[in-house]
Design a protein around this ligand. Structure first.
Ligand code: AP5
Ligand code: MG
Length: 184
């Protein structure tokens, strides 16, 4: 049973590679960004709360995100495996996730850490043009990534379960690097 977290800065290809992995390995793909964007489109309470935060490039509060992930992982516990995309993004989220994994008896979690240079990230996001892909919001998302999210990598490095993957090259090349690294 594959228990995966895909990690890295905005635009590095987490969603793209998570989609390919979830299809090929038959995994439950949980993208917290997608959950929030769907809530915004549907105009739910969560969406109304998250909209302005996402447009500014800031983070939705930890307690809200932890609740969403806990419920989704618990509900989908009997699936073939999972890949988390966009979570955890703070140390508090990572610590709560460790407790959720303990409760669900997930003991073999691997973190795929995608790496790409800032210039490449900005270029990709400007080209995509999602509503949070304006220059100002991208700058804020990157700042928050380096301030609040990058320390999460150290948290997992200490547990020794991080797989570093080069995130530049074609989508298929990167998918190849990941599947190769997972099979060893
Ligand atoms: P989220 O949706 O998670 O956005 P993100 O982390 O900023 O990352 P992106 O989705 O922009 O990039 P990605 O790494 O998935 O790359 P992608 O595959 O799309 O979060 C959005 C917001 O929601 C946050 O800012 C926050 O407000 C809130 N939020 C979400 N989770 C939260 C949490 N846990 N806590 C608090 N708040 C939370 O690729 C990017 C582009 O590049 C695409 O156009 C793609 O086609 C292209 N591309 C991909 N791979 C390649 C390649 N190899 N070569 C060239 N182009 C490529
Ligand atoms: Mg994404």
């Amino acid at each position: 049973m594959d228990q995966l977290i895909i990690f890295g800065p905005p635009g590095v290809g987490k969603g793209t590679q998570a989609e390919l992995l979830s299809t090929s390995l038959n995994l439950f793909h949980l993208s917290t960004g997608e959950v929030l964007r769907k809530a915004v489109t549907e105009g739910t309470d969560l969406g109304n709360k998250a909209k302005a935060i996402m447009e500014s490039g800031s983070l939705v509060p930890d307690d809200v995100m932890i609740g969403i992930v806990k419920e989704a992982l618990t509900t989908n516990k009997n699936q073939n495996g999972f890949i988390l995309d966009g979570f955890p993004r703070t140390i508090a989220q990572a610590e709560s996730l460790s407790n959720i994994f303990k409760d669900l008896k997930y003991e073999n979690v691997k973190v795929i850490n995608l790496i790409a240079g800032t210039e490449e990230l900005v270029k990709r996001l400007l080209k995509r043009g999602r509503s949070d892909d304006t220059e100002e919001t991208i700058r804020q998302r990157l700042k928050i990534y380096y301030d609040a999210t990058e320390p999460v990598k150290d948290y997992y490095d200490k547990q020794g379960n991080v797989i570093d993957i080069k995130g530049e090259g074609s989508k298929d090349e990167i998918f190849g690097y990941i599947t190769k690294a997972l099979s060893v």
